[in-house]
Design a protein around this ligand. Sequence first.
Ligand SMILES: NC(=O)c1ccc[n+]([C@@H]2O[C@H](COP(=O)([O-])OP(=O)(O)OC[C@H]3O[C@@H](n4cnc5c(N)ncnc54)[C@H](OP(=O)(O)O)[C@@H]3O)[C@@H](O)[C@H]2O)c1
Length: 166
Amino acid sequence: MKVSLIMAQTLDGIISRSSNEFVDWTGNADKRFFVRATKKAGVIIMGSRTYDTIGRPLPGRKNVVLTRNKSRISNDANLVFTSQEPQKLLLDLKAEGYKSVALIGGSEINSLFAKLNLIDEVFVTIAPRLFGIGLTLFNVSLDCNLQLVSSETLEENYVLLHYKVV
Ligand SMILES: NC(=O)c1ccc[n+]([C@@H]2O[C@H](COP(=O)([O-])OP(=O)(O)OC[C@H]3O[C@@H](n4cnc5c(N)ncnc54)[C@H](OP(=O)(O)O)[C@@H]3O)[C@@H](O)[C@H]2O)c1
């Protein structure tokens, strides 16, 4: 199962100014890239705080939301709330026929997967903003080596970097 981390950040490495901020500053080209890449993966995995900032399941993709809150229940076939261990979750998704998943934040869930060495590649859009203080891609200590696959200008001032984890 290929796990692709897909995120956007400011030039100074901030993914949001607070845990309940809805991220709307990543640019139109990044939004198009996000839709294309996550639909191709078929599944998006996110933390409950990220889901709450979006407020609804994203269409055309299976939405898996990690939460320990057992009272969170979904009536939507495309939306699953789960507290499964990441490895077990990926095995179950593989058994359902998925070959790749998009991990889409936030900091806490990215860290959970990174600590377990489950991330295969990283796509980061660099937005032309500086926030100074806020959440970053991860919130734990890591030591992970990356290899640059490609870099492209998505639209004026926005750069998309693609790294694979080595
Ligand atoms: N710039 C970007 O590309 C980008 C992308 C995504 C998100 N964000 C931003 O990131 C912020 C949210 O990030 P965050 O780090 O605060 O939160 P998060 O990673 O989105 O979600 C954290 C939540 O995940 C659940 N969780 C954590 N570990 C778990 C485990 N082992 N098993 C089951 N559930 C677990 C818990 O939910 P419960 O409390 O419900 O148990 C926890 O409160 C938001 O502002 C969002 O807008 C930015």
